[in-house]
Design a protein around this ligand. Structure first.
Ligand code: NAP
Ligand code: GLV
Length: 309
């Protein structure tokens, strides 16, 4: 079995080893410009169009991440009829749960306010926030959204969730579709974004939508930067409507040194690290899925290309 590999920024030898362990029978080669030799599968993260154009020999394309926006943006360069398969958790769920729970608790327990007091050697009690006023709204109730909710449930926060199709999740007020988005936002003091980037979710969080959040709301974006109109968030923070944000993703990455987010102390920035692809776990998941495909069995994580995720 021949596998071609491309992952922007990753060490291909380490992937080769992980894959060899998980699938000793596979012959993986690093794809180079001009390589049109036959292959059964492609393993990719942000692949160049030339790698996949016309490759109808592939049985499947495996995305080395959960979000498939970079692959689907290739449009016509994607070989028609070849399934695209995303990673299903593969070690990302627990990282997302850690990252979001940390950001929520930092805001809820006023730890940033105390850190500012520390810098000035101020010993002052701050009025705690009340949990009943602290509903957390999770935009996206998929694989990762559910892991985040499982973690937050343990802290007894009131929870809201929003998805495209109606869901029923224990202890969560579930909202669905655009008709219920405003209601969901009005009810959510902390907004966690864990949606895929699609034509429907791009630019979703503009001034009008963010202003529906209650005064003193907090935003945590761990999905994609293009969900958010960045200047609208900055304006609402500076006007005092939104208290702050933890942002892991941006419209342009790396974030430009001149970007105003760097100068806003109420925004905590991280460089797209909330959930990293775990090499060994992902290689094992992909190997199991290839085995299932070879045996003609159904697998999870098949992307609906018309839906965009
Ligand atoms: P997933 O399992 O496909 O779940 C997506 C969720 O979003 C589903 O609940 C889906 O609704 C909902 N959704 C999609 N379009 C919607 C719309 N138009 N309106 C309302 N809800 C909509 O995806 P996942 O594995 O949880 O991953 C989510 C995203 O996280 C990825 O696409 C990626 O962009 C991002 N991510 C970021 C990092 C990072 O390090 N920052 C790491 C991994 C992933 P239904 O349930 O009704 O289909
Ligand atoms: C990372 O951003 C992913 O989509 O897996």
């Amino acid at each position: 079995m021949d596998i071609i590999f491309h992952s922007a920024g990753a060490n291909p030898e380490l992937w080769q080893n992980a894959l060899q362990q998980a699938m000793p029978e596979a012959n993986m080669r690093i794809w180079h410009e001009g390589d049109t030799a036959p292959a059964d599968y492609a393993l990719v993260w942000k692949p160049p169009a030339a790698m996949l154009r016309g490759r109808t020999d592939l049985k499947a394309i495996f995305n080395l991440g959960a979000g498939v926006d970079a692959i689907l943006q290739l449009g016509d360069a994607l070989p028609a009829g070849v399934p695209v398969i995303r990673l299903d958790d593969a070690g990302m769920g627990v990282q997302m749960a850690e990252f979001v729970a940390h950001a929520v608790l930092r805001y809820f327990r006023r730890l940033d306010d105390y850190a500012r007091q520390n810098q000035q050697q101020v010993w002052r009690f701050l009025t705690p926030y009340e949990k009943k006023d602290f509903s957390i709204g999770v935009l996206g109730l998929g694989v990762l959204g559910n892991r985040i909710i499982d973690a937050l449930r343990g802290f007894d926060f009131p929870l809201n969730g929003w998805s495209r199709t109606q869901k029923s999740v224990t202890c969560v007020n579930c909202y669905a579709g655009h008709d219920q988005l405003d209601q969901f936002l009005k009810a959510s003091k902390v907004l966690v974004v864990i949606l895929p980037l699609t034509t429907e979710t791009e630019n979703l969080l503009d001034r009008e939508k963010l202003a529906l959040l209650p005064k003193g709301a907090y935003l945590i974006n761990v999905a994609r930067g293009a969900h958010l109109i960045e200047n609208d968030l900055l304006d609402l923070i500076q006007e005092g409507h939104i208290a702050g944000a933890t942002l892991d993703v941006f419209r342009e990455e790396p974030l430009a040194p001149t970007h105003p987010f760097w100068q806003e102390p109420r925004i905590t920035l991280t460089p797209h690290i909330s959930a990293l692809t775990m090499r060994d776990e992902s290689a094992r998941q992909i190997a199991a899925k290839i085995q299932a495909l070879q045996a003609g069995q159904a697998i999870a994580g098949l992307v609906d290309q018309s839906r965009g995720y």
